[in-house]
Write a new protein. Sequence first.
Length: 422
Amino acid sequence: MTATAPPPLSDLFRTFGRIGLLSFGGPAAQIALMHRTLVDEQRWLSEPEYLRALSFCMLLPGPEAMQLATYAGWKFRGVPGGLVAGGLFVLPGAIVILALAALYAAWGGVPLVSALFFGVKACVTVIVLEALLRVANRALKTGQHRAFALLAFLGLFAFSLPFPAIIAVAALAGAILHRGTPGPAVPAPPISGSVPALGLGLALWAAPLAALAFLGQAFLLQVGLFFSKLAVVTFGGAYAVLAYMTQTVVQEHGWLTTPQMMDALGLAETTPGPLILVTEFVGFLAGFGEGGMGTAMAAALLTLWVTFVPCFLWIFAFAPFVEWTASRRRLGAALAGVTAAVVGVIGNLALWFALHVLFTEVETLRAGPVAIPFPDASSFDARAGLVALLAGVLLLRFRWSLLSVLGLSSTLGAALVLFGPN
């Protein structure tokens, strides 16, 4: 860390509280926001430290941006710092999603909120682009790493390869193709230090499920077990499991309809916090359909618990090994390969998001194993394009603050939706 002393907890509260309130746009934008805040502005982390932490978090199941925030807090102030940073990253979005889910369940939709967030969604396309440029500029130093990023992008965008497979191949290729000398040796931390964190984390994770089983709450237990399993397989963020979650929730359990699932994703995309908060909305609606508002609240809180407790568990148990891993020649090269592949992953997210914001109809062109999303040009949304263009000029050219650009984009977008032509 470049700072002379770890920041006090009060500074962590202020900094990560701000990050939590501004963390719109999914993992790409959130990663860029934390880079700007922690590396460029506060200078609490160096560039290599940030990239090593990002690569580490990409290897874990769960929302990588939230785990990156948790890791940063842990590095500064141990477990209390990790709880503060990770908790504040999630809390604002969780509160907003809970309120919107209650409105949605009670009145069947939130058109005014959708109008307000229309401009935010358009602005997010620019935030994601800025994220891609920032991370690529710092992570792609060699032709080999640029090739890793391009191949990762093509694997996801054109071939829909599994995210864990892409990360595994990037790590393996980085280790095999590495040339150079390792950095300064870092002693391996004792494994015994991770055992208590693992044991306590697993106990906290399982406690509500055991209580529900004891009390005979079959529905809530089913919800808790499903989202617990989802937390284990969510490599690469929420996009990696959206299809699986939709199929299970809609077709197997019948908790939500397909339009409700689309509304859930739309609301999660336009609120602060990790996109995986969509699970909270799904849990709420599932509970509301089962037993009304009380069951909905219980299902939503249970979903939050089993989704995010594992995130803290992975960080507190395995974060001590990040610097040691990077100091090992082959392991460090593997992490560098993952970091390069992450640029391709962010590029895929950026293009996917831009296509679905700027066009109302996106088809899939198939040719053998290739399946490429392709927009219908006639479905271009000029309103979204106008807001995105304005946000791009203000954010990238005139360097306005993110909060100011988001506020202006939200206001303009709402006016265009409510009063302008379609």
